[in-house]
Design a protein around this ligand. Structure first.
Ligand code: FMN
Length: 746
């Protein structure tokens, strides 16, 4: 049974994948082809969508009456009250218009009439020239039939683009069932493109389909039904009010009633209903001929309403919104495609000759950017490097180092350009064992955080072709700092010499001056840590949790340090001195009164929540931002779990901790000392010890902030996961997603 199910899954997966690659290319191509015209169609569509709303509020009100007044009540009265009646028309708003000659001049011509009093209630407003102009632009770009064809093809392409787009969303969300499942918030064009796409998909498809039908109608003029002649059953003349058809037809049922031209027997009433048109004998009231509307004409009429919103002002607002939405799609789609296309690197070495191979698994290009950065760095250092998609994995004859950067999609699946990687690993043999480093990019908001990178790591570790790093680096939220740290580790492990250049962002940042006002150093026997208190030399708006970006002299790549804001408004940094760390060495050399150039990067995701109690968990230098937060929102209960090696590790913070303790800002302060004889403890042990309180905090919608090393973060998250399960709380990912577990780890 399981085998069959797996087989089905495999077949389904295969079909879905084939379709996805088809849809993916076609989605982009279609969007490109329809792009320019679609821009005009959307802009004009926004304006035109306001017309039905304007019409609705300008149209004479009493519309209910049209539903209850029959033609047998209305027509004879009308004939009596006017010299001549040419036609009666009921519009989409159910307002009744007549074309008549009246007994006085005021009542000549076309105007709106009240259905029960038959009083003139409004003139028919002249066509709005602006709307007419926009309509022509929308329909035919002022190019007559050529324009109509272009716009018709555009709307058809839009239909196909929407379908291919939704096919991609289905793949990304791992199946049709999950199409409306919650997607995790990320501030990217991709996130909003997907999110809006799911909700706008149905109205866009309706609107585009309706537009396509209108186009087919104008271009191909499908055949009408033939008129069926009825043979008369009676020749007896009856009064208008007794016409059976008039008795059973209400004003709101009709589109138009044309009156006979003269009292000649051959002239007839022509009644146009929504589903057929009838010729009616003007004296006997009998149906002379009938022509039913075809299914296509019905569809065309419905399409007119659905595409234009005529008579349906609420729908026209929806149409306006989706036209705005289309503009956004054009913007976000271009951004995504641009990133995908232009973040590709140019290889100068062949895969057979390269010493360094970078393989990238990326769906939307952000991982690609990191790969590009590394590629440039290696190239700059004179290494022979080859970069490629993971799908193109092959034999690399001279490769010594392989570095894999990959994101995760769906339910822990591979990104699009890595979907064949694992099977290719099975089929390929490497001549030499390649030293391999794996970096996963993902989001902690997903239950299967960086799962694909983990799977790749597992697979390669079990293969004889690779010598794989002990554990993959898993990066949350595209953290540049984590990426740089992972590269540092890789460089160290393999004694590699190269510098990673400036992040690929062209935004020029303005540097500000900061004066060192205090420096403290502590050596706890394991690491040298120091704090710097910096005074901004110009007005700076920041809070604890923001980042200070500093680049050491001669290097453009900034390193980010979490800021603790002191009571005096200064910046408190806590820095670990790395032996070979350029930036930490540079900062270590700073003395009071020295000036440092840097800039502040707002880090909203790590700002102290205003509401609810907070548990702050930190190790090492991660303590700094929390020290600044202690004095904020004083009514909030703050608990503090601090990890260090021994008591000396906290010496730097004594002054501030004591200050705060005396003001009772810390309600609880717990230390975990990992190298303390007889009482070795890690912060995650503190979480475990206080699990009841932690569970209560989570239950009461409090927040947990974690700052420090990734290893500590993973340990803490493991404990928190267990607590959630043990206490029947929603899964950990839900709390991360809701922003109640905030992390700044490196
Ligand atoms: C629909 C969707 C599903 C995702 N699924 C996961 C997942 O299961 N696990 C994970 O760690 N990240 C997941 N992510 C986050 C991405 O892996 C992350 O944003 C990554 O940086 C994207 O890199 P890329 O732009 O190179 O594709 C998902 C993102 C999206 C939009």
């Amino acid at each position: 049974m399981t085998v069959i199910k797996n087989k089905h899954n495999a077949v389904f997966g295969f079909v879905l994948q084939r379709l996805t690659s088809f849809w993916r290319s076609s989605h982009l191509l279609l969007a490109v082809f329809s792009g320019g015209f679609l821009l005009i169609a959307s802009l004009t569509g926004i304006i035109l969508s306001t017309a039905p709303v304007v019409e609705h509020f300008n149209s004479p009100s009493d519309k209910k009456a049209a539903d209850s007044i029959s033609l047998s009540q209305f027509v004879p009265q009308l004939k009596e009250e006017f010299i001549e009646v040419f036609s009666v028309e009921v519009d989409e708003e159910k307002a009744v218009k007549v074309d008549v000659i009246g007994f006085d001049e005021n009542k000549d011509g076309s105007f709106y009439i009240h259905p029960s009093s038959r009083e003139k209630i409004a003139e028919i407003p002249p066509k709005n020239e602006f709307y007419t102009w926009i309509t022509t632009l929308h329909r035919s770009l002022f190019l007559h039939s050529t324009g109509r064809i272009l716009m018709g093809i555009t709307v058809f392409l839009l239909l196909l683009t929407s379908i291919s787009g939704i096919a991609l969303v289905i793949k990304r969300t791992n199946g049709f069932k999950n199409i409306f499942s919650h997607i995790k918030k990320q501030s990217s064009a991709q996130y909003y493109h997907t999110l809006l796409g799911r909700f706008a998909f149905i109205p866009i498809v309706i609107m585009a389909f309706a537009g396509t039908i209108l186009f087919i109608d104008t271009q191909f003029k499908p055949k009408e039904n033939t008129e069926i002649q009825h043979s008369p059953s009676s020749t007896e003349e009856i009064a208008l009010r007794d016409f059976p058809l008039f008795q059973n037809t209400y004003l709101s049922d009709i589109k138009t009633l044309h009156f006979p031209f003269s009292a000649d027997e051959e002239d007839y009433f022509e009644l146009i209903l929504h589903d057929r048109s009838l010729k009616i004998h003007q004296f006997t009231g009998e149906i002379i001929a009938e022509r039913k509307t075809t299914w296509f004409q019905n569809l065309n009429a419905l399409s007119m309403t659905l595409h234009t919103g005529k008579g349906q002002w609420i729908w026209s607002i929806v149409l306006g919104l989706i036209s705005i939405n289309l503009l956004y799609f054009m913007y976000s789609g271009t951004k995504i495609a641009w990133r995908r296309m232009f973040s590709k690197s140019r290889n100068e070495t062949s895969p057979e000759n390269a010493e360094f191979i970078i393989l990238i698994g990326s769906e939307n290009g952000s991982t690609q950017k990191f790969g590009q950065l590394l590629f440039n760095a290696l190239k700059e250092a004179g290494k022979s490097v080859f970069v490629d998609d993971m799908n193109h994995y092959q034999e690399y004859a001279k490769a010594k180092h392989l570095i894999i950067l990959t994101s995760t999609y769906g339910n822990g699946d591979s990104p699009f350009n890595a979907r064949h990687f694992l099977s290719k690993v099975d089929k390929t043999n490497q001549k030499n064992r390649i030293k391999t480093h794996i970096i996963g990019f993902g989001s902690m908001m997903y239950p299967k955080f960086c799962q694909y990178a983990i799977d790749v790591h597992k697979k390669l570790s079990a293969s004889n072709d690779f010598i794989v790093n002990s554990s993959p680096t898993l990066i949350d939220g595209r953290s540049h700092t984590s990426f740089m740290l992972s590269l540092e580790a890789w460089k160290k492990e393999n004694a590699l010499e190269f510098e990673v250049p400036q992040e690929n962002n062209r935004k020029r940042v303005k540097l500000s001056a900061f004066q060192v006002v205090e420096k403290q150093i502590v050596d706890d026997g394991y690491t040298l840590t120091f704090t710097l208190e910096l005074k901004p030399q110009s007005h700076q708006h920041f809070q604890s949790g923001d980042l200070l970006a500093i680049a050491p002299p001669g290097d453009e790549t900034p390193r980010y340090y979490s800021i603790g804001k002191t009571k005096e408004g200064n910046i408190l940094l806590s820095i670990k001195k790395h032996k070979l760390g350029e930036c930490s060495s540079f900062l270590y050399k700073q003395e009071p009164d020295d000036i440092i150039s840097a800039y502040i990067k707002v880090n909203k995701p790590f700002h102290l929540p205003k509401k609810g109690n907070v548990l702050m968990i930190a190790n090492g230098t991660g303590i700094a931002p929390f020290l600044g937060m202690t004095s904020m929102y004083s009514k909030q209960k703050k608990t503090f779990f601090l990890g260090g090696r021994n008591t000396l590790s906290f010496k730097l913070y004594h002054k501030i901790i004591q200050q705060n303790e005396s003001t009772d800002i810390f309600n609880t302060l717990h230390f975990a000392l990992s190298k303390e004889e007889g009482n070795q403890k890690y912060v995650q042990d503190l979480v475990k010890e206080h699990k009841i309180e932690v569970a209560r905090l989570i239950k009461n919608k409090g927040s947990i902030m974690i700052c420090g090393s990734i290893k500590m973060r993973d340990g803490v998250l493991e404990e928190l996961k267990r607590i959630c399960i043990e206490h029947g709380l929603p899964p950990l990912e839900k709390h991360i997603e809701k922003g109640r577990i905030l992390m700044d780890c490196y």
